[in-house]
Every structure is written in C-alpha cells, then in structure tokens.
Design a protein around this ligand. Structure first.
Ligand SMILES: Nc1ncnc2c1ncn2[C@@H]1O[C@H](COP(=O)(O)OP(=O)(O)OP(=O)(O)O)[C@@H](O)[C@H]1O
Length: 256
C-alpha cells in the first residue's frame, strides 16, 4: 500500500486553500496534519479521500490516480472517521459499527458470523463493549467519536483517515484513541489524522505535516519537525517544546 500526493493543491470551487503538497504514506506509517483553524486540514483530508477534487496535482493510491479507482475499491482501501457526524437516529451502537462491514456483503447479502465477531472485537479494542445496545444518537460526542473509530476499525480498510479524532475526548479516551492508532499502524494499517494537539503526533512516532498560509510549513518525523520554533511560527505565539528527564517531549504554549 502506498499513498502519494504530487504537487497537490486543495481547495473549494477552484480556490486553493493549500498548495504544492507532496506527501508520501506507506504501509504501517502514520501521518499527522497540524495547523491553525482554517489552515486546510479537513480540505486536504477530503481530497485524499476523493470526496473533493484537487485544484491541481494528484493523489495516487498504489500508483493509480484516485479518480481512476472505482468507488467500491476506494471504500475497501480507505476508512473515514469524520469530524462531525449525523445523528444516525434509531441505530444502536452495534448496528452503527456493523455498517462498517457493508462492502463485504454483496448485493443481496447480509451480515454473517465474521461480521458480528469483527464488531465485538472493535468495540472491545476501544473499551466500549458496554455501549453495544445503546442508541448511538443519545451518546455523548466523545462516545460517538469512539463508536465511529470502532466502525472504521471494523471496515478492515488498509488506510484509516480521521479528522480530529481526539477533539471531543477526555484525557484518558484521547490517550486510548492514540494508542489504538499506534496499534493499527503496528498491525500494518496506514493512518492519517488531523489534530490541534501537537503532543498527539509526538506520542506515536508519526510523520508530521504543518499547514499554514496556503503552504506546507514543514514536514518530516514529528520529533524533528515539531520544535519550539516551528510551533511558534505555526500558531503565532510562543510555544516551548521540551524533553523531560524521562525522555518524554512536552509542549507548552504561551509561556513568558
Ligand atoms: N465547503 C466549503 N466551501 C468553501 N470553502 C470552504 C468549504 N469548507 C471549508 N472551506 C474553507 O476552506 C478553508 C479551510 O477549511 P478547513 O475546514 O479545511 O480547515 P481546517 O484546518 O480543517 O480547520 P479547523 O481546524 O477549524 O477544523 C477555510 O477558509 C474554510 O472557510
């Protein structure tokens, strides 16, 4: 599996939001998109999913331009966890996660034993098995986020793309999600995610791509790219990136 962008420009209605993006994602790698509000993270993610057309350049999946791949092929290769989602009124959590399996069923088929097992495994992995019979629409935003990640896991796609997966989550659940992404990568899946927390990229050995002012400000291994200087430039305020005695990297914003 490989995903490349070649001199890609992304935007809306022909108006570029980010230009000259050259990214490379191989099997088992994690790519983290960082940037201020409105810098184009979601627009880039939707372009990588072929939900919107590039303004220029192209996205290649296994050396084939995305636009040339049949929709069902894309659905098998790419799983998407959106930033905001509909209410899925009336569906249980179990049904919602099971929907990740629909591309395996054929035209008149339905779910089988393997599909139900995949649902239970995904729910267990995210620690939300107890929510299985609950109405999805009545869950908290953070719980819904975990269910949608479980659905993406269940889909079995090679590439999982998540738009701000930790945005609604408490400290423990955010850590759980980041651990899950790291585990997915260790199992051979490729992961693309956006976040407002640079620590997310540092904690899981990601490649970071920093977006600002219609351009890629920096890209490379998170520990090389996420520095006091780059984050201060990215967010327009003093940011300190410091390594602790235990070898962990801490990010502190707005220090004097
Ligand atoms: N459907 C759309 N039509 C036109 N412009 C849009 C559309 N969606 C987003 N934009 C614009 O594209 C720019 C980038 O938005 P985008 O949502 O990609 O940023 P982001 O980095 O994901 O922001 P945030 O961190 O706030 O979620 C913004 O100026 C936004 O107003």
């Amino acid at each position: 599996m490989s995903l490349y962008t070649q001199n890609l420009s992304v935007g809306h209605g022909g108006c570029a939001v980010v230009e000259h993006i050259n990214l490379e994602l191989k099997q088992g790698e994690i790519l983290c998109l960082l940037g201020p509000n409105g810098s184009g993270k979601s627009t880039l993610i939707k372009t990588l999913l072929n939900l919107i057309e590039p303004c220029a350049g192209q996205v290649l999946l296994n050396n084939t331009p995305l636009q040339q791949l049949p929709t069902h092929d894309l659905a098998r290769q790419l799983a998407y966890v959106p930033q905001s989602h509909g209410s899925s009124l009336g569906f249980t959590v179990g049904d919602t996660v099971l929907m990740g399996r629909t591309q395996n069923w054929g035209l008149f088929g339905g779910p089988g034993k393997a599909d139900y097992l995949a649902v239970d495994t995904a729910l267990e992995q995210l620690g939300i098995a107890a929510l299985k019979q609950r109405d999805f629409s009545l869950l908290s935003g953070g719980q819904q986020q975990l269910v949608l990640i479980a659905r993406a896991l269940c889909q079995g796609a090679n590439i999982v793309v998540l738009d701000e997966p930790t945005a609604n989550l408490d400290f423990a659940n955010a850590a759980k999600v980041m651990q899950t992404l790291a585990l997915m990568a260790a199992q051979g899946k490729s992961v693309i995610f956006s976040t407002h927390n640079p620590q997310d990229a540092l904690g899981i050995n990601a490649t970071a791509c920093l977006l600002k002012g219609r351009a890629v400000l920096a890209q490379g291994p998170a520990h090389d790219v996420i520095t006091s200087q780059s984050l201060s430039a990215l967010y327009g305020l003093p940011v300190l990136v410091s390594t602790t005695e235990t070898g962990h990297t801490a990010v502190v914003s707005g220090f004097q």
